[in-house]
Ligand binder design. Structure first.
Ligand SMILES: Nc1ncnc2c1ncn2[C@@H]1O[C@H](COP(=O)(O)OP(=O)(O)OP(=O)(O)O)[C@@H](O)[C@H]1O
Ligand SMILES: [Mg+2]
Length: 238
């Protein structure tokens, strides 16, 4: 499936606070249709706050976020989900007492045309089919991550916000997550990916933003990112 023209995420002059503490300052970024873009930065740089602000979950913000030509303004996370933005939190948000299949069936479908059927999910993630009657608690970290990604694809999201999907996973599982992200991209879905694993980021992304102390300090395409990885990481203190 080709990317849909006009499905652009634009973050303009975004600043965010927790009480008096400002944690994001004047962030500008863009994710074009079908693009995979990473947000790289050390602990506490503000990556999760940025994703939560795009999702409408963090509300103490200034600046604007628009998606598919609509300024999101004060709209709720629920409305943003209905507009096609899917959030995969860093803790993966699996319902522990529900089975894999129940986790997949729970969120409402937001776009019938784009929603993945259960069959399609199981074809793409055979391990979830094998484990479909297992409770969330019995899954490995990698399986939980796959379930969290599959769950937003089920709803029909057109933009995925992934918060450190590789964290804590064995290299072979990280590779599988990379394959999944590339397949998602092939479906024309856009991804904004928060990562500290820069080697992994370079295998999946088209472009990268480097975030330090709440500011975007560099923006690079993947080729120039790969050729200067160690220098950029030293600069970020990673
Ligand atoms: N609920 C909160 N209340 C107050 N300060 C917070 C809160 N959540 C985050 N912060 C602070 O905001 C800053 C940015 O945090 P954020 O979680 O966005 O960073 P991050 O880049 O995602 O970090 P990590 O790599 O550890 O996940 C940090 O200084 C953090 O301590
Ligand atoms: Mg974080």
């Amino acid at each position: 499936m080709t990317p849909v023209p006009g499905e652009i995420l634009e973050v303009d002059g975004l600043s965010a606070w927790y009480g008096e503490a400002r944690v994001l300052t004047d962030v500008n970024l863009r994710v074009a249709p079908g693009e995979v873009v990473t947000l790289v930065g050390r602990n506490g740089a503000g990556k999760t706050t940025l994703l939560r602000s795009v999702m409408g979950l963090h509300r103490q913000v200034e600046g604007s976020v628009s998606w598919a030509g609509q300024v999101l303004g004060r709209s709720s996370a629920d409305k943003r989900a209905k507009a096609g933005i899917g959030w995969v939190p860093d803790d993966r948000g699996i319902y522990a007492t529900l089975s894999v299949q129940e986790n997949l069936l729970l969120p409402p479908i937001t776009s019938k045309a784009d929603a993945w059927s259960l069959e399609r999910v199981y074809e793409q993630f055979p391990v979830l089919q094998e484990r479909r009657d297992f409770p969330g608690t019995k899954l490995s970290g990698g399986e939980q991550q796959m379930l969290a990604i599959a769950r937003v694809l089920r709803t029909g999201s057109r933009l995925l916000l992934l918060d450190e999907p590789s964290e804590g996973l064995a290299p072979v599982i990280v590779q599988q997550i990379g394959d999944i992200i590339r397949q998602i991209k092939d479906q024309g879905v856009s991804v904004l990916l928060v990562e500290q694993n820069v080697k992994f980021a370079a295998t999946v992304a088209d472009r990268h933003y480097l975030l330090a102390q709440g500011r975007v300090v560099e923006s690079r395409d993947n080729d120039s990112f790969q050729s200067r990885t160690s220098e950029l990481l030293e600069y970020l203190g990673m």
